[in-house]
Every structure is written in structure tokens, then in C-alpha cells.
Write a protein that binds this ligand. Structure first.
Ligand code: SF4
Length: 368
């Protein structure tokens, strides 16, 4: 494993790439070059390696809607809180979701008040909880991007095959390409290139990003998570600008192919179908979420909830929505680091290690 990381953290390679970046940034003759990453792991890696400080001052690295916990809207969190209060229901969630503030509560608060909410690491863990508790209804909060959707789909198939009648999901998975399109359609947001996600792209491949150069005239590079991966991606985007040839390139070819993982996509598409979906900060985006197909709809717990009773609201003063669209940086938020910290988060972007606000907070000495 170390071989696959150390090989991409070689200081000499990093120095060469930085010198290439400096020279290309100069050749571009642009006063400001703005690249956005759309992956929480990239956000953290860029801070951890100090890349913002290393690149020339005319390069600005912005964070987009790449953290699955952050983009899950309060309406979904409120729904899950609501179901966790129902008698005979066990809620099963990824650990990061526990502390995300909903409109009036969080799952952590509900658990402290007696709700049976359990942290699981996968849909299969939630299915085991269902098998172990046949007299309860177990609901798994299906959040995440295309990276988690195939394994959740596989869990639904196993539950269907084995006739597990007390297992359900609250579908809230999201799809990255429609969100990128929504960001690029944002008025007043000027970007010069996209650093496309590594994990998601192992599933969906790189070809799906072709709309970025063809429709928006900017480049897109899929990259990995080590220091030289990211520096290489920046140098590729700069070269595209200098050459005037925006295109999709894959720096992360050791794991990402043009067409992704056909087996994972097949299983995902067998169980789920695209639907319009609401994102924190981006609103409703057409065909950007996943609903269970009609033959699996009996697993969908949202049908058992009365959606009309929920009136979701965002925390007062929180700028998560604008942060997720790249329109503001966390340091622009008056609550950043004062009333909003990782220990006492006000908004979702401060909750998880991959949230943009938490990354800015943890590495705040490096923000420029
Ligand atoms: S610092 Fe806190 S309140 Fe401000 S945008 Fe980030 S999460 Fe929201």
C-alpha cells in the first residue's frame, strides 16, 4: 500500500511539478486562475500538503459540493430525525451524519433522548441489524455519491433475495455530474478548470465529464489524492489553458478508466433510477439523485413518512450554501471559528473532516 502512496509523494517530483506550474501560470498571462475541486478528500489533501501556499498567487483553489454529508439538505436530515422518533424503528447511519444539525435537532441529540440510532459502516451492517432485530423496522440513511450507491444497491438486492421484510432505506444518494453542471451554471461564478473527483470517478469513469469542455469551454482533470497527483492535475489544467485546448484528462489512470466500473454501474442502475434531488446550497437539481426503481419501492421508507409536517430551515447566519457553490469561502462567514467550530458546528460543512469549513478551520494558519 505504501508503495502506491509514497510513489506519488516524491519531493523531487513535487519540486519539478511546482516549477512547471509556475512557468505555465506565467505563460497563461492570466491575472487570476480559478480551479475548483469537487471532492472532500481533495479539499483536505490540498490543505494537508500546503498546496494553496505552494502554487503561484494568481492560482485560486476553490472547493465545490464534494462532501456528501455537507450536501445532504436539512429536509433529508429532518426526515431521518422524524423516523428515528417513531416507535419500533431503528435508524442506521454513517457516523458523520450523527452530528449534522437538522432544522431543530440532530441524530446525536435524538439518540441522547432515547431514539435507537446506530452508527454503521455500510448498508450491509444495517441489514445485519435488521436480521438481528426482526421485531423492529430498520431504516438505513442512504447518503453519499456514486461511490456508495452500488454497495447500497447490492444490500437492497440481498435483502430482496433473502426476503428481509424489516429492512428499509431512506434514499438520499446524489450524482456528481448534474451537480457540476449546476455549479457551472451559477451566475457570476467564473472557473478556469475542474479538478474532478477520484473516488466517484472509479465508478462513473472520466468520459461523463466531456460536457465540461464541450459546453463550458474549460478543462477537467480526474486526479488522485497524493501531493504529486494534485500538482500534476493543476499543471495539466494550466497547460490546457496555455494551449487553448480544454479537454478531459485522467491523471488518476491507475484507478480510473474512461467508462468506470461497469459491474458497479450495472448493480446501481438495476436498483436505482435518477430523480430530481435537493442539494444543500444548490437547491433542486434535475436528475441528480437516486430513487429506488418501482420493483424495489417496498424498501423505500420515505413513503411511510408524512412529508407535509416537515418545515425545514437552515441555521441562521450559516453560509454553507454559498460555500458549497464556491461563491464564498468559510472565512467569509461571521460564525467561522467563533460560534461555529468542529466541536460545536452550526452548519453541515463544519461537521465532518471532509467539510470545507472544517478543513479551513483545521488548517487555518495556511489559508491565504
Ligand atoms: S463556518 Fe459554520 S456557520 Fe459558517 S458556513 Fe461554515 S458551517 Fe456554516
Amino acid at each position: 500500500m505504501a508503495r502506491f502512496t509514497e510513489e506519488f509523494e516524491n519531493p523531487e517530483d513535487a519540486r519539478l511539478l511546482l516549477s512547471e506550474i509556475k512557468s505555465l501560470a506565467r505563460s497563461s498571462r492570466k491575472k487570476e486562475i480559478r480551479f475548483m475541486e469537487v471532492c472532500g478528500t481533495h479539499t483536505v489533501a490540498i490543505f494537508r500538503y500546503g498546496i494553496r501556499e505552494l502554487v503561484p498567487k494568481n492560482i485560486h483553489l476553490l472547493s465545490g459540493p464534494g462532501c456528501p454529508v455537507c450536501v445532504t439538505p436539512n429536509s433529508s436530515i429532518d426526515q431521518f430525525i422524524e423516523l428515528s422518533r417513531m416507535p419500533g424503528v431503528i435508524g442506521a447511519v454513517f457516523g458523520d451524519m450523527m452530528r449534522v444539525p437538522g432544522s431543530d435537532s440532530s441524530l446525536e441529540i435524538e439518540k441522547a433522548g432515547g431514539a435507537d440510532v446506530r452508527v454503521v459502516y455500510s448498508g450491509l451492517d444495517a441489514l445485519k441489524v435488521a436480521r438481528d432485530n426482526p421485531d423492529k423496522q430498520v431504516v438505513f440513511f442512504a447518503v453519499g455519491f456514486e461511490t456508495t450507491a452500488p454497495t447500497i444497491a447490492a444490500t437492497v438486492l440481498i435483502a430482496a433475495r433473502d426476503g428481509v421484510e424489516n429492512f428499509f432505506v431512506l434514499p438520499a444518494n446524489k450524482l456528481i455530474p448534474p451537480a457540476i453542471r449546476a455549479v457551472l451554471d451559477t451566475e457570476d461564478l467564473v472557473l478556469d478548470g475542474l479538478i474532478c473527483p477520484g473516488h466517484v470517478s472509479t465508478i462513473i469513469g472520466s468520459r461523463v465529464y466531456e460536457f465540461i469542455p464541450s459546453r463550458y469551454g474549460i478543462g477537467a482533470v480526474v486526479t488522485g489524492f497524493q501531493s504529486t497527483d494534485i500538482l500534476f492535475a493543476i499543471s495539466l489544467l494550466l497547460r490546457q489553458i496555455v494551449e487553448g485546448k480544454p479537454r478531459v484528462q485522467t491523471q488518476y489512470s491507475r484507478l480510473v478508466s474512461d467508462d468506470g466500473n461497469p459491474a458497479a454501474l450495472k448493480i446501481m442502475n438495476r436498483v436505482f433510477e435518477p430523480c430530481d434531488s435537493s442539494w444543500r446550497g444548490l437547491g433542486s437539481i434535475p436528475q441528480s439523485g437516486l430513487n429506488l426503481r418501482p420493483e424495489f419501492v417496498r424498501f423505500d421508507f420515505s413513503n411511510r413518512l408524512d412529508a407535509t409536517v416537515l418545515k425545514s430551515k437552515e441555521p441562521e447566519g450559516c453560509l454553507c450554501g454559498e460555500v458549497l457553490r464556491g461563491k464564498k469561502e468559510p472565512v467569509d462567514c461571521p460564525l467561522f471559528g467563533s460560534s461555529c467550530t468542529p466541536e460545536a458546528p452550526v452548519g453541515a460543512c463544519m461537521v465532518t473532516t471532509e467539510g470545507t469549513c472544517q478543513a479551513y478551520y483545521r488548517y487555518r494558519g495556511r489559508v491565504r
